[in-house]
Write a protein that binds this ligand. Structure first.
Ligand SMILES: [Fe+2]
Ligand SMILES: [Fe+2]
Length: 244
């Protein structure tokens, strides 16, 4: 599994993914780690299918006792079905996730890790000097759904928003936004159920200064590509599977 540093300052961001060994039929995912001087958080640490390579990659960067937090944007298996395995290696950790999903996520196995519920209005977590903010993204696509904003690095981890379905060897960053649209369009039309929720999220996110928008599938958006994405998404009709 590849590990790429996407931000380096007083703290760092690393993205893990593009694993050529990944079983073919599971959707490719990006896992992120934010690391400060003594703590680290894994954002959407992934499915149980990729737990072993993910653990090996993460431990190359950070000692296991410093991984003190996990974050699950929602309840999907590609987000957090690895929980029962992390529970064995990180018994000291806290899992931050929407309150709505606690009773469901616990089905993945959780004897040691503490569940820290995120309220509907959002919240935050402190890692040493850094405060990461949980930004509501309900119904996008899950009915209880959070994103993570780093006001220092100006990075938004946007979960399934901005996702693209692409082959495993695809580049990490969006190169040409217009060309990228075809890889994202059906995913957003079909997986996102609510135009109203979409507009609420866009209003919220337009207030943030974002240098990088990092989705859980596909490529990372940089600079003006973030505004291009918001404009494109605003105009896109979602929830298309309702029979007419
Ligand atoms: Fe999902
Ligand atoms: Fe996903």
């Amino acid at each position: 599994m590849k590990a790429v540093k996407i931000y380096e300052g007083n703290h760092e961001w690393v993205v893990y993914g593009r694993d050529p060994e990944k079983p073919e039929k599971i959707i490719d995912t990006n896992q992120y780690m934010v690391r400060t001087s003594h703590n680290a958080i894994l954002l959407d640490p992934g499915g149980m299918e990729l737990f072993a390579p993910m653990l090996a990659s993460v431990l190359r960067e950070v000692p296991v006792e410093q991984i003190t937090h996990l974050f699950a944007s929602h309840q999907d298996p590609d987000i957090i079905s690895s929980l029962g395995l992390w529970d064995e290696v990180l018994p000291h950790a806290k899992l931050h996730s929407p309150w709505l999903w606690e009773g469901f996520i616990r089905h993945f196995g959780m004897k040691n890790i503490e569940f820290a519920q995120i309220e509907d209005k959002g919240g935050s977590v402190h890692l040493d000097q850094l405060e990461l903010q949980f930004i509501p993204a309900h119904y996008l696509h899950s009915s209880g759904n959070m994103h993570v904003y780093d006001p220092v690095a100006k990075i938004l981890f946007s979960g399934d928003i901005g996702a693209a379905l692409e082959p495993i060897d695809t580049p990490l960053f969006v190169e040409d936004f217009e060309q990228h649209i075809s890889k994202m369009k059906y995913f957003h039309q079909r997986w996102m159920p609510s135009n109203e929720a979409k507009m609420d999220w866009i209003r919220r996110v337009r207030k943030l200064e974002i240098k990088m928008m990092c989705p859980q599938h596909g490529r990372i958006f940089r600079g003006e590509q973030v505004t291009q994405f918001l404009d494109w998404f605003e105009a896109l009709e979602v929830g298309i599977a309702i029979p007419r």
